[in-house]
Design a binder for this molecule. Sequence first.
Ligand code: ZN
Length: 164
Amino acid sequence: MSRIERSQQMALVRSKNTKPEMLVRRLVHGMGYRYRLHQADLPGRPDLVFRSQRKVVFIHGCFWHGHKCKLGRMPKSRLEYWKPKIKGNKERDARTLRRLRSMRWRALVLWECQLKDLDAVSRLISDKICGQPELRRPRCYAQHGHCRLTSTLAQRCQTWQSKS
Ligand code: ZN
């Protein structure tokens, strides 16, 4: 990857409403849960905010936030530039999570590389964020018997709900 390509990629990663984030937003929306975006009054401006549950979701790009995975690998060039930068980001992320915890908010961090398995992501969101989802969407669960809604299934659920 050339330097220009790399910096273009970084610009993409830095901006809000990036592709991984949109993917998660669509998924969560499809599951029937409502949330707010980038609430500035919370540390780290979390990507998704579930106010009544006091829970937030961060969607982290693996490179930019220094994930230990294939996508998070350091570039071979300009290491002296990237290394402190990524380290700084990781430290800031850790601070953010500590601050949220001290404010009695709970955070779920989703990594870009996790989004390959959206079924697993929706399970995580049901378990960690929404808790007892069967209380919130009784009809769907009566119909489907579980809370692992993929977006297609959620659409079917909505159709089914609107008919009843
Ligand atoms: Zn990763």
